[in-house]
Ligand binder design. Structure first.
Ligand SMILES: [Zn+2]
Length: 257
């Protein structure tokens, strides 16, 4: 069955009649995730989050469309490991800029970037594009959507390829998870307390953290936890997409009058 809400599979006869208000662009990465998760992890789970959320929003509004996922992300700090497929942030920004301009050409002015990779940054680009293009851009780092309920679902923190990501993978594509190969995700602390406390920040070279490209222990991951977390995240995101689709683009947008 053709899903009208997914640009990849809909067609011209359907799109000629559609009245789209919101476009969702998922953005992932291709990189190692510990020794047990697929390189496509960030692209795969972000695509699926996008599909679930946009389907719900479409059913309620018929005004939201999902674009194909940009697979690659910023990964230069993982390149001590094989085949972390890096593109520069400026390349990613250029791609997003062109796609935003294309959407504006079709009079789509509410655009959601659904990001699934911590190395991708979009805040500065959003600031600039909103000034230059008179569009409204919204950024969702989907793994952060349920962070206030993280501890109710998961036992251990996850920064990269740990309990959250492994649980989500076990729910979505268990055939590509080799759990028995996973390292424990134990990472080195910084030698500077200010960095450990977070008020001084840097970019981490993952090759210096441990030998398996992970921060966070996946040992307690289960498919059930992954499903629970995805449901939580998708409820929140789809509710936002519905509100966004129904909200008029008046002078006060996106603020209250
Ligand atoms: Zn990831």
């Amino acid at each position: 069955m053709i899903q009208d809400w997914e640009l990849m599979q809909t067609n011209l006869s359907r799109m000629e009649k559609a009245r789209i208000e919101v476009a969702v662009l998922p953005i992932g990465a291709i990189e190692p995730h510990n020794r047990h998760l697929p390189y496509g992890q960030d692209m795969l789970h972000t695509t699926e989050v996008g599909r679930r959320c946009v389907e719900k929003a479409w059913q309620a509004t018929k005004k939201v469309i999902l674009l194909p996922t940009l697979p690659y992300g910023v990964d230069c700090n993982l390149m001590d490991f094989p085949f972390a497929m890096h593109i520069r942030q400026s390349t990613l920004d250029a791609l997003v800029t062109d796609l935003v301009r294309t959407l504006k050409h079709y009079d789509i002015r509410k655009i959601v970037l659904l990001n699934g990779h911590g190395g991708n940054e979009f805040k500065a680009l959003i600031r600039q594009l909103q000034c230059d293009e008179k569009v409204h851009l919204f950024l969702i780092n989907w793994w952060q959507v349920g962070k206030d309920q993280y501890n109710e679902i998961f036992e251990l923190p996850d920064d990269h390829a740990g309990e959250l990501e492994t649980s989500v993978a076990l729910h979505l594509y268990p055939q590509w998870v080799e759990a028995e190969k996973a390292g424990n995700g134990k990472s080195k602390a910084y030698r500077f307390e200010a960095l450990n406390n977070g008020w001084v920040q840097t970019s981490r070279n993952f090759g210096k953290i441990n030998d398996h490209c992970a921060v966070g222990n996946p040992a307690n991951a289960t498919a059930e936890k992954g499903e629970k977390y995805l449901n939580l995240v998708c409820d929140g995101i789809s509710r936002f997409l519905i509100e966004l689709a129904e909200s008029p683009l008046d002078d006060a947008f996106p603020f209250r009058r």
